[in-house]
Every structure is written in C-alpha cells, then in structure tokens.
Design a protein around this ligand. Structure first.
Ligand code: PEP
Ligand code: CO
Length: 380
C-alpha cells in the first residue's frame, strides 16, 4: 500500500517480485492468456488520507501522507512535511527499479524448482478438501508444464522466465510527477517518467481538479480509481477527458466498490461504458472498499470480502459483455498478519503478531497465493 523508503532492501523487493511472478504464472496457466505484470512499487510513496490531521490521546498532528511527504511515527518532527523527501523518494524508486530489472535480467523467475513454491497454505485447515485437491492438481499440472518446457530447451525456458515487469503508483504528488514529466526522443507528447502506469486515486478524480488536468496531458497509459459514488455521467466525462480518441490501452478503470456496494454501483457503470462502446481495461480493486476496524481498533480487511468482491466484479463484467482484465491487490511477499482469514484463518487476536504496514492492511504471501488460485479456478 504505502511503500516505505525503508522497504528498499533486497529481501523485501525480491519477496514482492516473487509473489507477483508466481501469482501471474498461476493466472497465465489457468487463463491460457498472456498476463501483464504491474507492481505497485518504485514510487508508491504518497498516500491520500481521508483526514488532514490525526488525533491521539489529545494530541493532533498532520496525518501520515506517505514517505514522500512525512514519516509515520506519531511525533511532531516525523509528521512535519519535508520537501527533501521528494528527492529521497526519487532515489529509492531508482534503486528499487534498478534492482528489479537486474533480478529479472538474471532469470530471477526461476520457477521450475518445486521448493521455490511455498504452498503451505494448501495444508491449512481453512480449505475444503475439494478446493485443496483442485489447487494441488493445478500446481502439479503447472510444475509438469514448466518441467516439460525446461526439457524441451533451456533457451525457451530462459526466455520464458525473463518476463516483462512494469511499475505503477498513485500519481498523487503533482510536484513529484510533473518534475519528471518530459519529452523523450522519437516519441510525441509528454511522458510521465516516474512510472509506467500512474493512476488517479478515488479522492482526486474530480473532473475540474488538478490531477485530471495533469493526467490528460501525458501519454502514458493511465488509470483511475472509481468508488461507489461514481455516476455513469461522471464516468463517461472522465473517459472523454482522459481518452478523447478512444486509444486502445490508454485507460484503465479500477472499480473499488466494496462488497456492500458492488452489486448496486458497478452494473450501471459497466452498462454505460459498453453502450457508449468505449475502450477501457477493467481492473478490479477488491481491497479499498472493504476496510474495517476491529473491536480493538485495528484497521483490517477480510480475505473473504476481498475474494467475494473480485468474484462479483468478474461476474458482473461478464454479464454485461465486458470482461475483468486485471486485479489490483495490496500485498507483500512476507508473512504479515494484516488481513483476516484465508486458509490459515487469521483471527483478530492474531493480527498483532506481525502487523507491519504503515497504512493499509495487505495480503500476506499465503493469502495472495490463495487469491491467485481462487481467481484461476474462476477463470478455468
Ligand atoms: C490506494 O490504492 O492505496 C488508495 C488509497 O486507493 P483509493 O484511491 O481507491 O482509495
Ligand atoms: Co491502499
């Protein structure tokens, strides 16, 4: 969610890359279609907040707005915005990207070793015997195929494991984004070089706002989060503004409705876009509409809610003659305990064991793998 500058370490970056590659492989295998891998990484350092300030025990300080702006500890010095952080963010993004690229160039996607696949979640109590058997079968078939490819020719396999990897973050700080927006040789127009796919958040997508104005002027593919208050009129106006020529691949819509709203809020939007024959890529974000706070005051999300929203998005789009083209997930490759549930059955009491996020609760390694398997099953 909020990428921390302190997370710019080999282990953390490699763990994130590994889980993304593994999830994508499961989905490639189930969908028999190529998958574009995009990480919320190397620049996801600015966070929109619902409130400008935060009060704890009678003390009010500025909210934490991501490491690009201030830092998370609740004291006045940490919470004071510091413009030098823009430069720190840029340097850490550069280091992260450089490391990701060198890992991939060196064949990091070394997926043919079964021990590389930590399938611990398959043994957990929360899976029904039926589901476990289906997932085990899928894993066996997948590894068989990988072994087959390897046997057929090392060279094929090598190129297969050298996947393309792209980056994305919320283009929230227009200081950061615009400072790196340039013209580049042999291409027309202006490019936001902070990332491949910048997105506009739910809180800054106002048609008359600065973010839409900035984004409509860059040539990158761009994405917009759309929450339950979005109307079909708003959405068509957004599409007209951000993609006036209906360029394929230019615009990604990321509905993030929450399970309480999706059945009411998503169908009219999909219908409007389909009827207007506009070309968009629908990418479901099943995370941001499903936040909740435990009785003990911990911000969390339930694995079941996340899976339900993803599944509903899949079905609603299919019912309207559109299709789910991607999933936008907040995850980490580590064994954190931030989201409830999953086959490991993380309970409210267990959240404290390794709750490491500075901001939103993320799926851990096993929960993320389980989500990929569930999506694969749905696609299959
Ligand atoms: C996010 O993606 O971390 C985020 C804040 O999303 P949204 O703008 O959809 O709330
Ligand atoms: Co978030």
């Amino acid at each position: 969610c909020a990428e921390a500058l302190a997370d710019c370490t080999p282990d953390t970056v490699a763990a994130k890359l590994k889980i993304l590659l593994q999830m994508s492989l499961v989905i490639v295998f189930a969908g028999k279609k190529p998958v574009i891998r995009v990480g919320r990484i190397a620049g996801q350092y600015a966070k929109p907040r619902s409130s400008l300030t935060e009060t704890r025990a009678g003390t009010t300080l500025p909210s934490y707005f991501g490491d690009m702006v201030n830092s998370a500890p609740f004291d006045a010095a940490s919470r004071t915005p510091d413009p030098n952080r823009l430069l720190d963010a840029y340097q850490h993004a550069g280091l992260t990207l450089n490391f990701v690229r060198s890992l991939i160039a060196a064949g990091f996607a070394d997926i043919h070793h079964p021990e590389y696949w930590n399938m611990g979640f398959l043994g957990k109590a929360g899976l029904t015997a039926d589901t476990r058997e289906q997932y085990e079968k899928l894993t066996r078939r997948l590894l068989d195929s990988v072994n087959f490819m390897e046997a057929v020719g090392e060279r094929n396999f090598e190129s297969f494991s050298r996947v393309e990897f792209f980056t994305s973050h919320e283009g929230l700080s227009l200081w950061y984004e615009s400072a790196q927006t340039r013209q580049v040789p042999r291409k027309e127009g202006w490019w936001n070089l902070t990332t491949h796919l910048p997105w506009i958040g739910e809180r800054t997508r106002s048609l008359s706002g600065a973010h839409i104005e900035f984004f409509r002027g860059v040539r990158n593919p761009v994405a917009v989060k759309i929450g339950p208050s979005t109307t079909p009129e708003d959405l068509l106006a957004l599409i007209d503004t951000l993609n006036p020529t209906d360029e394929p691949g230019r615009l990604v819509l990321i509905p993030r409705m929450g399970i309480k709203n999706i059945d009411r809020a998503l169908p009219p939007l999909v219908r409007a876009v389909v009827e207007a024959k506009r070309r968009v890529l629908w990418v479901a974000d099943p995370m941001h509409g499903n936040a909740r706070t435990t009785a003990g005051g911990v911000k969390t999300r339930d694995f079941n809610d996340i899976l339900t929203e993803l599944t509903r998005a899949f079905d609603i789009l299919a019912q309207h003659g559109a299709h789910l083209g991607g999933a936008h997930i907040e995850l980490t490759g580590e064994d954190v305990t931030e989201c409830l549930g999953g086959s490991g059955g993380i309970t409210e009491d267990e959240l404290a064991r390794n709750y490491a996020t500075n901001c939103d609760p993320r799926l851990n390694y096993e929960q993320a793998m389980e989500l990929a398997f569930a999506l694969a099953k749905k696609m299959g």
